[in-house]
Design a protein around this ligand. Structure first.
Ligand code: SAM
Length: 453
């Protein structure tokens, strides 16, 4: 499919004919393939070419079938476009232990990156308005397994009331997607000038909520995957006009000229543009600034709604058995599932889940039946799982794929009772052997389907 005519005309006006032609050629050319490695798991991509602006980013020589790689399902890496990994550079130097709000988070590329950076004492609140897309976000957060993320499902505007509370707010805004013209033909099809205006309006509302949720001195990160100035610099200009308090610059973000990133400024915001004919990644725009230290720090709004209940002593003992550092977790029950919440974030998680519909938080432990835990898929991926608490079935690639397809499994590889199913040391999920039968506990919704191959 051709690039939209109006887009080509506009780009020629903005960049000049030669540069615009180079951009259009790049948009019709091959796309780089890249991943971001999990900070605590081993991946065979380790030795591949690093993405210069991302610590855990790697370019791959060609696109493999990720679906048929058990390590992908074990969360050894996240398949993430290279340019968007740049947001890592915009995080404050002291990010460990921070409370970060990722307002437009599905499917979770940036959420998993932020979770890797805030550390075990920090908290990422990953929000997504779309009820379908939020499910993919939950799956990716579970698979990343750091236990420091809460997933909420609401319009970004809902967070405006959590005034002055987050250390970092990231807005990866819904946009007209011009930067995806190479990767995704659908982006070309859906593009229209009308849609650009619609997106700009949405971005204004989301940025205003982001601004309100940010604490004084906190850092705002704004990004889109479009080249459109109305949605990039324009959104920042409109935000600056709207806010009553001043923005401040963050420390200069170091960018090597050889990376091909075009750096700029909008007021106190440092801005970064990625054009595929200059930088090795898809089209992307990112910006960062700090909220001035003039206002008061905020508090979570108080609500009289109880969404979680504490777990009794005996159940706590059963849950504690499954994790390496139970003293770090507080166990709660929400719906039918038990969760482990990092102790330092209990008040935060309680407040958030009372205010915003929360689908997942901390580490999903599973369901208790007559005092015994039926472990959740999330617990298999949790980096703090106590592997001594459960038998381990180490499968080869073929068997691992059979497991991931929810196919038949040979009982001889499994111990009687619940097993942690592993491939190359990576946990894929659980299975239960009962005599000569193996009950495959891999979630139906995640299984590899025939058409995935
Ligand atoms: N940050 C994601 C990642 O790195 O994987 C990609 C986010 S995508 C560019 C933008 C997301 O914002 C979409 O999933 C969209 O459904 C969501 N969105 C759109 N309007 C929203 C709103 N008002 N509040 C919250 N999320 C919204």
């Amino acid at each position: 499919m051709q690039l939209p005519e109006r887009f080509v005309e506009r780009i020629a006006q903005e960049l000049g004919p030669e540069e615009a032609a180079a951009l259009c050629r790049a948009l019709d050319g091959p796309q780089p393939v890249s991943v971001r490695l999990h900070p605590m798991r081993r991946a065979s991509w380790e030795a591949m070419e690093p993405i210069p602006w991302s610590e855990a980013g790697r370019y791959l020589a060609e696109r493999p079938s990720f679906t048929l790689d058990p390590a992908f399902h074990g969360g050894a890496y996240y398949v993430q476009e290279a340019s968007s990994q740049f947001v890592e550079r915009l995080l404050p130097a002291k990010i460990e232990g921070a409370r970060l709000l990722d307002l437009c988070a599905a499917p979770g590329g940036k959420t998993t990156l932020y979770a890797s950076r805030v550390g075990a004492e920090g908290l990422v609140v990953a929000n997504e308005v779309d009820r379908k897309r939020v499910l993919a976000l939950v799956d990716n957060v579970r698979k990343w397994g750091l236990g420091n993320v809460a997933v909420t499902c609401a319009d970004a505007a809902r967070f405006a009331a959590i005034e002055g509370w987050f250390d970092v707010v990231a807005v990866d805004a819904p946009c007209s997607g011009e930067g995806m013209f190479r990767k995704d033909d659908g982006a070309r099809e859906e593009w229209s000038e009308q849609n650009v205006h619609l997106c700009a309006g949405r971005q204004d509302a989301i940025l205003q909520a982001a601004w309100q949720a940010l604490r004084p001195g906190g850092v705002l990160i704004y990004s889109t995957c479009t080249f459109n100035r109305e949605e990039d610099e324009g959104s920042l200009e409109r935000l600056i006009e709207w806010v009553e308090e001043p923005f401040e610059e963050v420390e200069e973000v170091a960018v090597d000229p050889s990376w091909g990133i075009v750096c700029g400024r909008v007021g106190a915001f440092q801005t970064f543009r990625f054009f595929p004919h200059r930088a090795r990644g898809e089209g992307f725009f990112a910006a960062v600034a700090r909220k001035a230290e003039t206002a008061q720090r905020g508090r979570l709004p108080k609500v009289k709604r109880k969404v979680v209940t504490p777990v009794d002593k005996a159940s706590c003992a059963e849950l504690a058995r499954w994790v390496i550092e139970p003293e770090r977790l507080a166990f709660v029950e929400a719906g039918e599932c038990c969760y482990g919440w990092p102790k330092g974030q209990v008040d935060a998680l309680k407040g958030i889940s009372e205010w915003v519909p929360t689908l997942y938080s901390g580490v999903g432990m599973g369901q208790l039946f007559k005092g015994r835990l039926k472990p959740d898929q999330a617990l298999a991926h949790y980096v703090g799982l106590n592997r001594a608490s459960v038998a381990v079935a180490a499968l080869d690639r073929e068997e691992a794929l059979a497991y991931l397809r929810r196919g038949e499994l040979t009982a001889e590889h499994f111990t009687e009772g619940i097993n942690l199913v592993c491939y190359d040391g990576l946990a894929l999920g659980f299975a239960k052997r009962i005599g000569n039968r193996v009950n495959n506990m891999y979630p139906n919704a995640l299984r590899i389907l025939k058409q995935d191959i």
